[in-house]
Design a binder for this molecule. Structure first.
Ligand SMILES: [Zn+2]
Length: 274
């Protein structure tokens, strides 16, 4: 599943191609991926709108329009959002095609169809439960705020479960939760309230570090993820623990263990991470 670094890479790729340009036409819409409003409403309201800004919030892509509405895209497990020249071949499972001015198309594709698309004001979409209320952004200035520290300090949940909770930290998923725990030398299964202040500080400092590094490598393409131009990223090859259960720890050489924490496959070093 694309996490913050993958979604951020896509948004950065697409922003100069989309922001400040007008949506001239909805060429194709599969109503099954649309969460809000109805297809007719979307088809009638999108054409002619100016894309004012393309932004990321957690794992959501926000295309802000001059009407005050936002086209929100969540990529689910296997979704991609790419810009293509008009007339270029259409891949299977393309559920939404928007013509941007005359010569290019914004295409949303999702073979496994866990993703979703919605249109409305952000307040409206949140009040309808179409998009959730999200927690702090790990890359924002001021992260981590006192709220995140407080939640970790009091929670009896495993550290990893707190990291994965989008209402606490927006955009962190399985990959970067494991990577941050490894970097911070904290075992993902530890009860959050048992962390010392020092460990908590290390863990929250590690999150933006692993995410910035993954963005620098244009995201982790272990399965379906592609950037805004349809190309693979190179961050997967540089991950230290995720997907490497049974391999050697880069820090101490012992065998990395794999277990299930917070319902997710989790890899850690039992010697380095306490
Ligand atoms: Zn180790």
């Amino acid at each position: 599943m694309p996490e913050l670094p993958e979604v951020e890479t896509i948004v950065r790729d697409l922003r100069p191609q989309v922001a400040g340009r007008r949506i001239s036409e909805v060429i194709h819409l599969n109503p099954q991926v649309l969460r809000h409003p109805g297809p007719q409403e979307l088809l009638s309201s999108l054409p002619g709108q100016l894309a004012v800004q393309l932004a990321r919030r957690g794992k959501f892509i926000h295309l802000r329009l001059d009407s005050g509405q936002t086209l929100v895209v969540h990529l689910g497990m296997s979704g991609s959002l790419t810009i293509a020249a008009a007339g270029s071949p259409i891949l299977g499972h393309t559920h939404l095609r928007l013509r941007i001015e005359a010569d290019r198309e914004l295409r949303y594709r999702d073979p496994r169809r866990f993703g979703r698309v919605a249109l409305g004001t952000e307040a409206e979409l949140i009040s309808l439960g179409v998009i959730p209320v999200l927690g702090e952004e790990p890359l924002a200035r001021g992260f981590p705020g006192p709220g995140v520290h407080q939640i970790l300090r009091l929670s009896a949940r495993p550290v990893k479960a707190v990291l994965l909770d989008q209402a606490v930290i927006a955009g962190c998923g399985n990959i970067y939760a494991d990577e941050a725990c490894f970097l911070a030398r904290v075992r993902p299964s530890r009860r959050a309230f048992r962390l010392t202040a020092k460990e908590r500080g290390r863990l929250l400092a590690a999150l933006p570090i692993v995410m910035r590094e993954a963005i620098r490598r244009r995201g982790s393409s272990f399965s379906d993820y592609r950037d805004g131009f349809g190309a693979k990223g190179e961050a997967f090859e540089a991950l230290l623990v995720y997907g490497r259960g049974g391999g050697a720890c880069v820090r101490c050489g012992s065998t990395l263990r794999q277990s299930t924490v917070a319902g997710r496959t989790t890899v850690f070093c039992a010697r380095c991470q306490v």
